[in-house]
Design a protein around this ligand. Structure first.
Ligand code: LLP
Length: 432
């Protein structure tokens, strides 16, 4: 499921020693496998092959230009959530005509930019937004293609901070109100109703919530498609990945087996959803982020100190919550392995960063090889919502990123220079 594996006692990404990358580029360092990216995209693409479909990679998960170009080269579209992301699509060589624009807070300027670039569709989250898009389109003498994001009120059974498809959440328009919204929107002169979209949450590891939501929404899709000549339906993104292989029911072959009960894989997704989606008679869009890029990346870090207290073994590393916030923010699990295998007994360890917050940890009391200063660790499955959520907290520079392809590797982003961090700041005149 990914291309980080030991060759002898050294961790490799595809054909390249990760230790050599850490030496050359320094740490903290994000390393991405091009093969894993391509493989995951292609697995999904193949699973959806019986349908007229378009995969729009949710680039909020990872917007590095090389990652995006890899996917653009395979024909991927993109799900963008800001004008900045759309500009990145263009910079990466992607096609705006294969882009959908999601998000609850699109500004006038963003709508205008997206219209000028000719995106495929706006995924709208409220009626005021539709009215605003209509106004901007009228001013530009254009027709704006839109879909409405339906909130099906189905619980996604994932982390509370990333569940989106219930009426507790700010997203979409309530299922019961959709028909009225389409009827009103169809009267707007500069709006073209192109589809219906939904997204119930992120890191879904079971097929059932998708199935329930799609089953609930399908009759509505058919009705609207007929009335308004819709082109597409999107069941959204959110396909989960395995962060902790130990929890993957101990069956490594689950990945390929659609029979692995209920676990979401491209095969089980296709098995359950394809017949339903097919029956819509529409083109199908999906907007996955994590599934494509999550397992394709690792964050490499150096052990600075090992500190034993009465209760704990703290492994203090040079990466911190500003580089990868997921454990601090969601209490999420990332597998942590040494770049050089170390034998002997493991020791229950807290791997922590150097930021002055107790939340700045990567794991707690996890059995880990007995590492020491100068050893390196890899935090796996850090390709999605890793670098993109990084910050300059504590005036720490953004990490470097490297793309690996077979035996080739190159910087996909230079480490941020310290002075860049305050480049836009000023000491105001009256203080001088
Ligand atoms: N479409 C919409 C409308 C979304 O809101 C999202 C993610 C996606 C697609 C892509 O979801 P994915 O396939 O990647 O699950 N930072 C969190 C995840 C936030 C997800 C936000 N929306 C994390 O690190 O787990």
């Amino acid at each position: 499921m990914h291309d980080f594996r030991y060759v002898g006692n050294q961790l490799f990404c595809e054909g390249v020693s990760v230790g050599a990358l850490a030496k050359k580029f320094g740490t903290p360092l994000y390393v991405y496998s091009q093969h894993t990216l391509e493989d995951h995209y292609q697995k999904l693409d193949a699973a959806l092959a019986p349908l007229d479909h378009l995969i729009c990679f949710a680039m909020k998960a990872n917007s590095n230009l090389s990652v995006m170009r890899t996917l653009a080269n395979l024909g991927s579209g993109f799900d963008v959530v800001s004008a900045g992301e759309l500009q990145r699509v263009i910079a990466a060589g992607g096609d705006p005509r294969k882009c959908v624009f999601a998000g609850v807070a699109k500004t006038e300027a963003e709508i205008e930019f997206a219209l000028r670039k000719g995106i495929y569709c706006f995924n709208c989250e409220s009626e005021p937004e539709i009215l605003r898009i209509n106004r901007v389109a009228a001013r530009l003498k254009k027709n704006a293609p839109i879909a409405v994001r339906v909130n099906p009120n189905v619980a996604a059974k994932t982390h509370a901070k990333i569940t989106t498809g219930t009426y507790e959440n700010k997203f979409g328009i309530a299922f019961e109100n959709i028909e009225g919204v389409y009827a009103r929107a169809s009267k707007l002169k500069n709006i073209k109703l192109r589809g219906l979209q939904m997204h119930i949450g992120s890191q879904l590891t079971q097929v059932t919530p998708y199935e329930l939501a799609v089953k609930k929404v399908l009759p509505l899709v058919r009705k609207l498609a007929e009335k308004h000549a819709l082109e597409f339906f999107s069941p959204g993104g959110g396909l989960g990945i395995i962060y902790n292989p130990a929890l993957a029911s101990g069956v490594p072959s689950w990945w390929k087996s659609p029979a692995a009960k209920g676990i979401l894989t491209p095969a089980s997704y296709a098995e359950k959803l394809l017949p339903l989606l097919q029956s819509s008679g529409l083109k199908i869009l999906i907007e996955p982020g994590r599934f494509i890029v999550g397992n394709a990346g690792a964050l490499i870090t150096r052990v600075e100190y090992v500190k034993r207290t009465g209760k704990k073994n703290f492994v203090i590393v040079d990466a911190a919550m500003n580089d990868l916030i997921r454990p601090a923010f969601y209490d999420s699990y990332h597998e942590i392995v040494p770049l050089k295998k170390i034998g002997g007994a493991t020791v229950a360890s807290d791997v922590v960063g150097g930021i002055c917050e107790s939340g700045d940890y990567f794991c707690k009391d996890r059995p880990l090889a007995r590492v020491g200063e100068g050893d390196h660790l890899a935090l796996l499955s850090a390709g999605a919502y890793g670098f993109v959520m990084a910050s300059n907290y504590n005036t720490r520079p953004l990490a470097a990123e490297v793309l690996v392809c077979g035996k080739k590797f190159a910087a996909a982003r230079e480490r941020q220079a310290i002075k860049e961090i305050w480049a836009g700041e000023k000491i105001v005149a009256w203080l001088k």
